[in-house]
Design a protein around this ligand. Structure first.
Ligand code: MSP
Length: 519
């Protein structure tokens, strides 16, 4: 594997980022960091989706222009991702001029080749989904099943995309490529939807929605949301109609779209159809995650339980985002919904990061200083069964990532730490020292430290700052690719001084925890 291109969904900017947006970006950043430990060339795209009726309405309610609101909120997303350590290569905004111009040309091409046609239509529009709904998909009360709102009846002349032409080819692609949609159970959902899907609207009249990209040569129509939004994945690479760019040639179609379950239909069916119409290959994979609930409840403005990710960092007085990243990346098994609660957060990060990983490293280094003045001697470096286990875990973690099992991979790392902790308890280096068996004692400590280098490397995608701190104390080169990892990391000689040892993660303070839990 030499290249890896990952994209996230681009977020609507009618509000500030919440923990659900953060979940997706953290998951994506963890994946990107993991693959940067396996391939030479990784490209990570995120951004904001800035057109549409929702944005137009919210800006009007606030008495500002849509562009002013987009600028304000798009910056909030960027700030939040900085605070969470999300290292994207490019942040695209759908109001970027270059993007808008290419979207117009895409639309024009599809119109000229007959994949887009004009049609009078009356339908049920959900502004939450920014899409017309099929009456069959509504709840018994006639509400949108995702947004629980009554859709508006819209009667307009719009442009439509001829999805019917591509339905069979899409079905075949999904059936022939079982890895296309992960987790696999989501693919059946799409196949069922394909049976009931019609051509879809790709424009709205400018009278009803002004805040959209104008159709070239038809001022009365605005290109609407999905062609605009989905095209970001190629316009961001500099692709233009009939003019593929260098980046596009390099990264397409080795692309992995990380998206929430609510927008799978748009990415598998709409995007698939648009790409086929453009004569472009389909993405390699759609990685579909579930939703994050708060205290087991759906997050919603009405319930007043929407949490901003930066508020969590502030509430816990966290200078680095690692604990939150670690928790979020482990919050849900593949594709399933997950949950955030202050209590779980405190418990999980205190157990895994402070008590297990941090404490193990701290104790071992302290013993090395206490018994050997921080020195590794030649005779400490022996082979150990624990090394086989550690390197075996590297393969297991890689395999989990390849199956988009990020929480499961995290559990394997904790398991390796627990096994190593047990090894320390079973071999009791403090007793060996008391009995004067100094070589055996040194061997136990060196074995643990060699394994901790592997742990440090594996945990880096989740907790980059903690991993860097561990690497410094272990004199370990964190740039080592996973394939080059060994358990032969320690050098003979003075290893560390007392002053250089410090805990890499402090337990979350209980008082603070109780305070936030009560809020
Ligand atoms: N703008 C569209 C996506 C266009 S992609 C070409 C959109 N925006 S969104 O702001 O509503 O959602 C952005 C991403 O956040 C989506 O993948 C969505 O599934 C995800 N989430 C929104 N709420 C969420 C949770 N509560 N939990 C986890 N992810 C959630 O859809």
């Amino acid at each position: 594997m030499d290249k890896y291109y990952l994209t996230t969904a681009i977020d609507y900017v009618n509000g500030a980022p919440h923990i659900g947006h953060a979940y997706e970006k953290i998951l994506s950043d963890v994946i990107v960091k993991h693959y940067s430990q396996r391939c030479e060339d990784v490209y990570f795209l995120t951004g904001t989706d800035e057109h549409g009726i929702k944005i137009q309405k919210t800006a009007a309610e606030r008495g500002i222009t849509p562009k002013e609101m987009c600028d304000e909120n798009s910056s909030k997303f960027k700030e939040a991702w900085k605070a969470l350590g999300i290292d994207y290569n490019k942040f695209i905004r759908t109001t970027d001029e270059e993007h808008e111009a290419v979207v117009q040309r895409i639309f024009d091409k599809l119109l000229k080749q007959g994949d887009i046609y004009k049609h009078s239509y009356e339908g049920l529009y959900c502004s939450g989904c920014e899409s017309f709904l099929n009456p069959k998909d509504l709840t018994e009360d006639g509400l949108c099943p995702i947004h629980h709102k009554k859709p508006e009846i819209v009667s307009e002349e719009n442009y439509f995309f001829k999805l019917s032409k591509y339905k069979d080819a899409l079905k075949k692609h999904i059936q022939d490529n079982p890895e296309f949609i992960l987790p696999k159970f989501r693919a059946n959902e799409v196949l069922n939807q394909l049976d009931n899907i019609d051509d879809f609207s790709v424009s709205r009249s400018s009278a009803s929605v002004e805040w959209g990209i104008p159709v070239l040569g038809d001022e009365e129509q605005r290109i609407y949301v999905w062609i605009d939004a989905l095209s970001n994945y190629i316009t961001a690479l500099g692709w233009d109609v009939d003019k593929p760019s260098e980046k596009f040639e390099k990264y397409w179609p080795v692309v992995h779209h990380v998206i929430g379950k609510d927008i799978l239909k748009f990415h598998s069916i709409y995007w698939g159809g648009i790409l086929m119409a453009l004569g472009l290959p389909l993405p390699k994979q759609l990685l579909v995650h579930g939703f994050i609930n708060i205290n087991q409840e759906k997050m919603s403005k009405t319930l007043g339980n929407v949490i901003a990710p930066v508020d969590i960092l502030k509430a816990w007085d966290l200078q680095i985002p690692d604990a939150f990243r670690y928790y979020m990346a482990s919050a849900a098994m593949i594709g399933k919904d997950g949950n955030y609660s202050d209590e779980d957060f405190k418990e999980k990060v205190n157990a895994d990061l402070a008590n297990s990983t941090g404490n193990l490293l701290n104790r071992t280094l302290s013993m090395l200083v206490k018994y050997f003045d921080g020195e590794i001697k030649e005779e400490f470096l022996i082979s150990s069964d624990l090394y086989k286990t550690a390197l075996g875990k590297v393969k297991i973690v890689e395999n989990h990532f390849d199956n988009y099992e990020i929480a499961e991979a995290g559990n394997e790392i904790t398991d390796l730490v627990n096994i190593t902790n047990k090894y320390v308890t079973d071999n009791a280096p403090w007793t060996l020292a008391k009995e004067g068996k100094m070589t055996e004692c040194g061997q136990v400590l060196a074995t643990v430290l060699n394994v901790m280098c592997v742990v440090c490397s594996l945990i880096y995608p989740y907790c980059p700052n903690i991993a860097k701190d561990m690497a410094r104390q272990l004199s370990f080169d964190l740039n080592t690719k996973l394939d080059d990892l060994t358990c032969d990391n320690l050098k003979v000689g003075k290893f560390i001084t007392k002053e250089e040892i410090h805990p890499v993660f402090l337990r979350l303070d209980s008082e603070l925890a109780d305070k936030t839990a009560k809020k």
